[in-house]
Design a protein around this ligand. Structure first.
Ligand code: IFM
Length: 484
């Protein structure tokens, strides 16, 4: 693949985005900040999980990460140099309320005051995520998201952050990808806190929904900011037209997507979900009045998308193929993997090009997904809050990173967003994941998603070719038409 030309082209050869379309890039606290013991921060579940042998590749941790905590000014200048109109970041709960409950740690909160001020000084609009997976460990020892009390602790934390920043931050997102918190954290156990109990995962999912809804209501009285939640929606293709595969795909749709979308946007859980998970849980955690609280109106829905998935009904043959493989092993992506939280469905490999994560590259699936949400949840405004790709980047002799594959991935996915808008979906912005290479959870630092390369020895930042391509798209509010 060759690098995309960045020359001006006649507007007819370009796909233009709506006038107010928001362009940005995203990161998350634990993945970039480092400074794990600085200014009163206490451990999160990820600090603890990283210490468990075999859980994170190479034994990597977020102790230093990109050292963004100490290099924030340099990173802000980098964003300004790229002409980034908006920056999506997350606040670390264990910095702000280190014990999970109790007093606010002003030294920790001050970091975000400086970050927000620094963004605004540079004309960059902040989009603040309150929870991107770093639960204070002090709450985990009391059951974490399986404990209903965590819901109210989250609301207290959300209000504390909004009371400090709500006058300057125009957008708050309650949770990032609650599917991962609930099902990777409590069912498959590949994320912190590493539990493998499906009843716990369903309990956590419900409590995350409730935490979101209660926080939205509480935040309305503290800030005029727009409020949202970000979901990593699975776009699913049944492996065949067989009844079994179609049913498996619908089942995964309920356990991955509708378990969040329906209560938040419709005020109910799908009845089939309650029935098909009856053997795992009696859903006694669902109390009267919860659904009304969860459905507190939001201003937009964040959608994270990387790849679609092909789903097959679980069979003995698929189980046999999976046996003996570590599910979280990137090398294992060549075979089927059990869908987290259920034994009824398997994700099976898709043909075609893949990213460095082994994830299939299917941009049209993003158009289909946005149109599906638009169709099934009418009136919902969406923002693509994450999209991007890891590739095996190298710094070449010229000191540059020529990441043509990432340029191509982003280009095609932006074209897919454009197509969805043309077809009527209300998509208001796009945040590229990620600004910086960073700590990719169970894969540690082995996977690079950034448009800016981070040398983990010197911590130097090197903007990649994709950063320049993206800056050009932002400047023109348009991208070259595919094939032009
Ligand atoms: O790095 C993650 C991010 O934290 C959440 N969404 C997916 C990204 C890539 O895996």
């Amino acid at each position: 693949m060759t690098e995309q030309p960045m020359t001006e082209q006649p507007m007819t050869d370009r796909l233009s985005f709506p006038r107010n379309f928001v362009w940005g890039s995203a990161t998350a606290a634990y993945q970039i900040e480092g400074a794990a013991h600085t200014d009163g921060r206490l451990p999160s579940i990820w600090d603890v999980f990283c210490q468990v042998p075999g859980k994170v590749r190479n034994g990597d941790t977020g102790e230093v990460a990109c050292d963004h905590y100490h290099r924030m000014t340099e990173d802000l200048d980098l964003m300004a140099a790229l002409g980034l109109p908006s920056y999506r970041f997350s606040v670390s709960w264990p910095r702000v309320i280190p014990g999970g409950s109790g007093p606010v740690n002003h030294a920790g909160l001050d970091f975000y005051q400086r970050l927000v001020d620094g963004l605004l000084e540079r004309g960059i609009t902040p989009l603040l995520t309150l929870y991107h997976w770093d639960l204070p460990q002090a709450l985990q020892v009391r059951g974490g998201w399986t404990n209903r009390d965590t819901v109210d602790r989250f609301v207290e934390y959300a209000v504390a952050v909004a009371a400090a920043l709500g006058d300057r931050v125009p957008g708050f997102t309650t949770l990032n990808e609650p599917f991962c918190s609930a099902f990777l954290g409590y069912a498959s156990g590949v994320h912190a806190p590493g539990e493998t109990d499906r009843h716990a995962a369903l309990t956590a999912a419900h409590h995350l929904n409730l935490a979101h809804g209660r926080a939205v209501s509480a935040l309305r009285s503290v800030t005029a900011a727009e409020l949202s939640i970000t979901l990593n929606l699975a776009h699913l293709y049944p492996a065949s037209d067989s009844e079994a595969d179609l049913a498996a795909a619908e089942h995964v749709d309920r356990i991955a997507n509708r378990i969040f979308l329906d209560p938040i946007l419709r005020g109910s859980y799908p009845q089939e979900l309650l029935t098909e998970t009856k053997h795992l849980s009696d859903w006694a955690f669902l109390a009267d009045g919860d659904l009304a609280e969860i459905a507190a109106p939001i201003d937009s829905l964040g959608v994270n998308f990387y790849n679609p998935t092909t789903i097959a009904a679980a069979t003995e043959q698929l189980r046999g193929q999976l046996a003996g493989r570590w599910q979280n092993d990137p090398e294992g992506t060549g075979g089927p993997s059990q869908w987290p939280g259920t034994d009824l469905a398997y994700a099976i490999p898709m043909p075609g090009p893949h990213t460095g994560m082994g994830w299939p590259i299917v941009p049209e699936a993003l158009t289909e997904l946005l149109l599906r949400v638009h169709r099934d949840y009418p009136g919902v405004a969406m923002v693509v809050t994450e999209n991007g790709a890891a590739f095996d980047d190298v710094v070449t002799a010229d000191g540059q990173v020529h990441d043509a594959d990432r340029v191509d991935y982003v280009h095609r996915h932006l074209a897919a967003v454009h197509a969805a808008i043309q077809a009527g979906a209300d998509v208001r912005g796009y945040y590229l994941w990620s600004l910086l290479d960073n700590f990719e959870w169970a894969w540690g630092y082995s996977k690079r998603f950034g448009i800016v390369y981070v040398d983990y020895d010197s911590l130097a930042r090197i903007p990649k070719a994709s950063a320049r391509w993206y800056a050009d798209a932002i400047r023109q509010n348009s991208i070259p038409a595919l094939g032009s």
